[in-house]
Design a binder for this molecule. Structure first.
Ligand SMILES: *[C@@H]1O[C@H](CO)[C@@H](O)[C@H](O)[C@H]1NC(C)=O
Ligand SMILES: *[C@@H]1O[C@H](CO)[C@@H](O)[C@H](O)[C@H]1NC(C)=O
Ligand SMILES: *[C@@H]1O[C@H](CO)[C@@H](O)[C@H](O)[C@H]1NC(C)=O
Ligand SMILES: *[C@@H]1O[C@H](CO)[C@@H](O)[C@H](O)[C@H]1NC(C)=O
Ligand SMILES: *[C@@H]1O[C@H](CO)[C@@H](O)[C@H](O)[C@H]1NC(C)=O
Ligand SMILES: *[C@@H]1O[C@H](CO)[C@@H](O)[C@H](O)[C@H]1NC(C)=O
Ligand SMILES: *[C@@H]1O[C@H](CO)[C@@H](O)[C@H](O)[C@H]1NC(C)=O
Length: 586
């Protein structure tokens, strides 16, 4: 009793030094995600760039504002916010800022070395592992993946009681997700075969056949409207200018004749290696389809560094950054006029490997972009309902990592974030759902009002044997789809084919950029956060895809159906119809 009272006295009255020693576990993982093993402690002097997310003073105000400006029925529709207005909505509580400063100063971290975003709710500091371990009462280890890469992470971290409520997340700690490009490379093809039938997407997909299939026709964007298409690249995926120029020469002669190319912005020590062999299929695919379909709307390729492969035995592992955080704080720091109107990203990972707090905070950043008038599109993943393995195939991966080993489908993040538009894939002509097209239901985010009707019309068709494998109340995805199979891509001097929802995301993003051009040339705001408009009005401008399944986890997967479905969303675009829908609101 006396001891307890003394302890109480010590915690309450003896100043912060002692208070900072009483830790509460903030986050822990019960099971290391499949594929990872650990053998050794991280080198104590290895540097970590810790991202710290503070709790916002009013966690719902951004969402309240965005609900109004994204709902086409609301008087505030399209009245996007400026940078400073969004920052005011997501500002941390003054107590949170004060506590974190006291804590950092207690650990000898100079105020000048802390970098913050405009809103002040994300901080980042660089500290050696031994200091991070002390601050977070954690043990950092080197984790190696079966694919040969390694990361420095911990399986649990804690915070002093005084800080506990103020901090949303700190990473890298328990995050095992990595950004994986959602595409696969198939084989080389000869140009003769491809060019034999350029406007038919049934064998090979080229920009011309996409224009035909989706009714882009001869729509000529007005390049003087302040509109541009942004493409996010990670993991040293370089978009090659030379490959792209030759691609335009063959498949987008107008862009070629105009010397059109993409511009590059480097973030977080990203590189732009233009040597022929450094060209990545992902980067090339994105700019080749982005540019050919949206020309002459300017295209920007954002190359974010931060995940080079590293050799743990060298003692200097570097693969510890969180590239989303780096990229998003960079882009949110721009003024509205410098932002793209559409941002296409084809990377992601299993939702359950992203810590819940981090997923919610990253999703909040996408909502901030949406509120500022940017449509944020992500590929929906390439594993169907999970690992892409159908009945009879060896599927061991579809289990929860919460320690219960519950069999489940594997939803894909950020596609599951309600504030992004998730893009699934179709294949062939007439279009059918691509079997790899990721789709399902989030376990983190609940179902938003704007998709309630569309999704509820579908759920009775789900086989009862899937019950327990998916979360019937979760945010359902994808929202839309586009061709994603047999794309012709030029890479390192050769034509190859690729498939994946990585092909679908830049295709649909280019079409949204065209719709924005149509609106902006008429003095209207760009579409911004798309989903409410998409489900409330836009869906009638999409072709309903009603055939195909997306197998995975040893099951047949979901079936495409009339109306929305968890493989193709509301379907693929018909630009003529979409433009007439938009005309109604002019
Ligand atoms: C949203 O619109 C409602 C009226 O529909 C209004 O009462 C509310 O203040 C608006 N919220 C914001 C944040 O503008
Ligand atoms: C934001 O931009 C300003 C200049 O406009 C720059 O001084 C500042 O360092 C940037 N902050 C971040 C976090 O990038
Ligand atoms: C788009 O929809 C219109 C109206 O339904 C239709 O006439 C047209 O053929 C469609 N375009 C394409 C490319 O499917
Ligand atoms: C192109 O956009 C600019 C700026 O928005 C506008 O002034 C101009 O009228 C547009 N031109 C056409 C042909 O739509
Ligand atoms: C299902 O989703 C809801 C959010 O929509 C979440 O609160 C719940 O924990 C999820 N259930 C499971 C089993 O993941
Ligand atoms: C391109 O084709 C040439 C000749 O067939 C081959 O030597 C080279 O390895 C190919 N490059 C790639 C990246 O496939
Ligand atoms: C550019 O691409 C062309 C065609 O693939 C190739 O012949 C040429 O060598 C490349 N040039 C460079 C500098 O890589």
């Amino acid at each position: 009793m006396i001891f307890i009272q003394l302890l109480f006295w010590a915690l309450t009255f003896s100043g912060s030094a002692l208070a900072w020693q009483s830790f509460l576990v903030k986050e822990s993982v019960s099971v290391i995600p499949r594929g990872w093993t650990t053998s050794s402690r991280a080198p104590p002097d290895h540097l970590l760039r810790l991202q710290i997310g503070l709790r916002q003073a009013d966690p719902t105000s951004l969402y309240d504002a965005l609900a109004n400006i994204s709902d086409p029925r609301h008087v505030q529709y399209g009245q996007h916010l400026e940078k400073e207005q969004v920052e005011a909505l997501v500002r941390p509580h003054p107590d949170a800022s004060e506590s974190i400063e006291a804590w950092l100063s207690h650990h000898g971290i100079p105020a000048g070395s802390v970098s913050r975003n405009g809103a002040g709710d994300w901080l980042s500091i660089e500290v050696p592992v031994h200091k991070a371990e002390h601050m977070l009462d954690a043990e950092y280890r080197i984790f190696e993946h079966e694919d040969g890469s390694s990361i420095v992470r911990c399986s649990s971290w804690s915070l002093p009681a005084d800080l506990y409520e103020h901090v949303e997340f700190i990473q890298p700690t328990t995050m095992f997700a990595r950004l994986k490009p959602q595409r696969s490379f198939v084989h080389s093809v000869s140009p003769g075969i491809v060019l034999a039938n350029p406007i038919d997407c049934s064998h090979y997909v080229t920009p011309d056949c996409i224009k035909e299939l989706y009714g882009i026709g001869s729509y000529r964007p007005n390049s003087s409207a302040p509109n541009h298409l942004g493409i996010a690249g990670y993991l040293e995926s370089y978009a090659n200018v030379n490959d792209t120029t030759f691609f335009y020469q063959e498949f987008a002669p107008k862009a070629f004749a105009d010397d059109f190319t993409f511009s590059v912005e480097l973030i977080n020590n990203g590189f732009n290696d233009q040597s022929e062999m450094a060209a990545s299929l992902e980067g090339n695919l994105d700019v080749q389809y982005g540019g050919s379909l949206s020309f002459p709307i300017p295209n920007t390729y954002y190359s974010t560094g931060g995940s080079p492969p590293f050799n743990p035995s060298s003692g200097t592992p570097q693969n510890t950054n969180e590239p989303y955080a780096e990229f998003l704080s960079y882009i949110l720091n721009k003024s509205n006029s410098e932002l793209p109107t559409v941002l296409s990203t084809s990377y992601g990972d299993e939702e359950q490997t992203v810590p819940y707090s981090y997923a919610v905070s990253v999703c909040n950043l996408f909502a901030q972009l949406g509120a500022r008038g940017v449509s944020v599109l992500f590929s929906s993943g390439d594993g169907g309902v999970g690992d892409g393995k159908g009945p009879g195939q060896d599927s061991l991966t579809c289990i929860s990592i919460d320690g219960n080993y519950t069999p489940m489908f594997l939803p894909f993040f950020p596609a599951t974030c309600p504030y992004v538009t998730a893009v699934g894939a179709t294949s062939g002509v007439p279009e059918t759902a691509a079997s790899f097209s990721g789709g399902g239901f989030s376990n983190y985010f609940s179902r938003p009002y704007w998709q309630e009707g569309a999704v509820n019309a579908y759920t009775p068709q789900i086989p009862s044997s899937y019950s327990g494998f998916y979360n019937a109340s979760g945010r359902a995805y994808p929202d839309v789809s586009a061709q994603g199979d047999n794309f012709i891509i030029r890479q390192s001097g050769n034509l190859t084919t690729g498939f994946g929802t990585s092909c679908s995301a830049p295709t649909l993003s280019s079409i949204i950029a065209l719709l924005n051009d149509f609106l902006m040339a008429r003095g209207k705001a760009p579409l911004g956060f798309l989903n409410p408009w998409l489900y409330i009005i836009g869906s009638t401008g999409f072709n309903d895809i009603v055939t195909g399944t997306n197998p995975g986890c040893g099951k047949n997967g979901f079936s495409a159906a009339v109306g929305w479905d968890p493989i193709t969303g509301v379907g693929t675009p018909n630009v003529t119809r979409l433009m007439s829908l938009l005309s109604l609101s002019l």
